[in-house]
Design a protein around this ligand. Sequence first.
Ligand SMILES: Cc1cc2nc3c(=O)[nH]c(=O)nc-3n(C[C@H](O)[C@H](O)[C@H](O)COP(=O)(O)OP(=O)(O)OC[C@H]3O[C@@H](n4cnc5c(N)ncnc54)[C@H](O)[C@@H]3O)c2cc1C
Length: 291
Amino acid sequence: MKPPAVGYARAGDVQEVVAMLVEHGTDAKVLAGGQSLVPMLSFRQIRPSFLVDINRVEALDFVRDEGESLLLGATTRQRDVETSPVAAAAVPLLPELLGHVGHVTNRNRGTVGGSLAHADPAAELPTLVTALGGELLVEGPRGPRTVAADDFFVAPHRTSMGFDEVLTAVRLPRLPAGTGVAIQQIARRHGDLAVVGVLAAVRLGPDGAINLVRLAASGVGPVPVRLHAVEAALTGVVPTTEVLDAAAEAVSAAVRPPDDIHAPASYRRDMACLLLKRAVGAALRRSEVSA
Ligand SMILES: Cc1cc2nc3c(=O)[nH]c(=O)nc-3n(C[C@H](O)[C@H](O)[C@H](O)COP(=O)(O)OP(=O)(O)OC[C@H]3O[C@@H](n4cnc5c(N)ncnc54)[C@H](O)[C@@H]3O)c2cc1C
């Protein structure tokens, strides 16, 4: 199917994006890499009256090391982040994580901001921002604001951004040295969105006990889920097999997966428990004992 006729304009800077969104109102949509938007248009899943193309807003295309964090501009292509030494030095999981996002051709066009604004509950970048407790930088007619990841994702394909706001960047905190990070997923085919995924970051203290842990799961609820209760259960504990078994059990209570055509809720729940153990195990193997 071809997309329906739709109005279109290319913005040159963020102010112009916001002005166009205000002018065209709730029926307008931002066009970034088009990897999700264009298929949705073609399938008539959405019918915006106007597209605001942000691909030429050069000020939003950057990878910036801020010391304590990594700042990624919204129009930065996913492939540019995947291959960026600056990004890999600050958030070492990024190249591997982005390798799970569709295919190279999708990542050549798909943007960091597009993936976050699209807010698919199974997507990798929203899960990473959730796990790390990152921040989303948003700009609208009332000026810029910063939104915590937990407050950004609201429902499948819905964020807390207003219709007249644009995502400008995402801030990912740098984890302390020695932290091991891993992602584990189940997808039907390579390049498909995951059915279920778990991301784990773990750091061990000199006594062998976990002194830092961040966990998030995808595909098990309307938004990526930060597993706070499981993090609390693992903190300060030596990660034996029994401890990891108990942590995996705790995931079951922490998620409310959907039943849909891709998988029943019971399967998603079971896989989240299994992937938690695999992800924490892989993260532990990548961690180094900290002083
Ligand atoms: C074959 C295929 C496989 C894929 N597999 C995966 C996968 O495994 N994992 C995964 O995470 N994704 C996957 N995707 C989706 C891909 O990551 C997209 O790049 C991403 O979802 C959207 O990014 P985009 O830049 O293309 O945004 P677009 O498609 O242009 O926009 C997506 C949505 O976000 C809004 N938007 C975009 N940018 C902004 C902004 N700066 N501010 C406000 N709103 C904005 C748009 O209005 C639209 O609603 C796949 C896509 C394809 C085609």
